[in-house]
Ligand binder design. Sequence first.
Ligand SMILES: Cc1cc2nc3c(=O)[nH]c(=O)nc-3n(C[C@H](O)[C@H](O)[C@H](O)COP(=O)(O)OP(=O)(O)OC[C@H]3O[C@@H](n4cnc5c(N)ncnc54)[C@H](O)[C@@H]3O)c2cc1C
Length: 474
Amino acid sequence: MTTHSNYQPVHVIGGGLAGSEAAWQIAQSGVPVVLHEMRRDDASGKVTTDAHQTDGLAEMVCSNSFRSDDWQFNAVGLLHAEMRRCDSLIMSAADQHQVPAGGALAVDRDRFSAEVTRRLEAHPLVTIERGEIAGLPPEANETNGWDNVIVATGPLTSPALAEAILELTGEGQLSFFDAIAPIIHFDSINMDVAWRQSRYDKEGPGGDAAAYINCPMNKDQYEAFIDALLAGPKSEFKEWENVPYFDGCLPIEVMAERGRETLRHGPMKPVGLTNPRDPLVKAYAIVQLRQDNALATLWNMVGFQTKLKHGVQAETFRMIPGLENAQFARLGGLHRNTFINSPKLLDKSLRMKVQPRLRFAGQVTGVEGYVESAAMGLLTGRFAAADRKGAPIEAPPGTTALGALVEHITGGHLEGGQGGSFQPMNINYGLLPPLETPKVDEEGKKIPLKERGRAKKRLMSLRALKDLEAWLGA
Ligand SMILES: Cc1cc2nc3c(=O)[nH]c(=O)nc-3n(C[C@H](O)[C@H](O)[C@H](O)COP(=O)(O)OP(=O)(O)OC[C@H]3O[C@@H](n4cnc5c(N)ncnc54)[C@H](O)[C@@H]3O)c2cc1C
């Protein structure tokens, strides 16, 4: 570690999970960094967001869990392992202050945040400035360092900065709410029941007349499904979220409340589709799935944004024929979340194309979760420091969990519409290029059928760590 530096500083706006990690990575590479955090609790009063409680850096606003720590069989565990190999401050503080949580990495949130704050405050190349950047960062001059900025202001980016970003990027490029339909792993869909067809066999822009996966329901199945939707517990909006219902993205249970037939005339309408296994029988309702990523490993449930509690979502959606064993890459939701249209706005090193001095990191880029946000802070910190040193670096390959997240936010989605298929997302194996499912293990022994999915995940994790080591060594 260098203790003094002739470089101009890099500025990081936001001292959450992403900004704290970014600041650490920059300072550890020998470049000075100024971390701007608007939360404070001092003689001048208390400033916070609607969700944060303290003025600590890297405050975890809700759960105290970084989720599974299993690098072999779980994508977020793999991301932990990759970040540890990259000298992550967030992972190191989490490891130091973990509390018992089975296979998950959970932490004492106060000690964790205090540790991150202490280590950044103690770093000779880190300056922490408490104050809001209430608009676009100041103009750069030859010495102030504002030519190299990371914006890591999170899902609750202050309104003044959010408005400035909106003005810079244009209408429709910044979302304030996240209306998410569930996303399913392709290999968990029963294609003996479902079939591929576009409504009225209409060809899409790519010339595909069978772009959707269709799951048919008879009347009894539909009625039972509506009953489950109406009975299932729903999450309430927090008072401050003040989420409006937009036309075109009403939660499905709200549609069902408006009338038992509403869904059959909306997202579940059966017209223009014929079940090739039963062509003479018209389905009573049909659920459509649309390809969600370029790899075609993930499919979203069209029009199925929902406020059903996570616990009952999987159970309810598995009532749909063809989805009995569905594995969800993410469940549905509708909540306050500020994020930019990254696939359109950012380049591969997460710089804003219209103003490349600005990099974006964390939840505001459209990744989801503490670990993923910190991971994007880690990469932008490395990118920004490398630029400052005049030796730019590329993102890790898409076969790593870190690289797969970059691919997701900068281009792994499909084109078309306002933001294409882009939606905020946690890391999952569906974001990594698939591998052939192995039939035999390393010793040539046959792997039982039900264990092959796990074996494939392990191979993908091993590939990721190997490729990450090569990237680190490059
Ligand atoms: C209510 C709620 C509950 C959540 N629960 C979970 C959960 O249980 N698990 C999970 O994994 N994820 C959860 N999330 C998502 C969570 O916010 C992210 O995972 C993570 O905190 C994002 O990290 P970040 O660094 O991008 O943003 P944050 O951690 O929010 O950090 C952003 C920082 O920027 C500061 N800031 C904002 N604007 C400015 C400005 N203009 N100038 C200076 N500073 C500014 C903020 O004060 C904040 O400290 C939740 C989000 C919300 C809103």
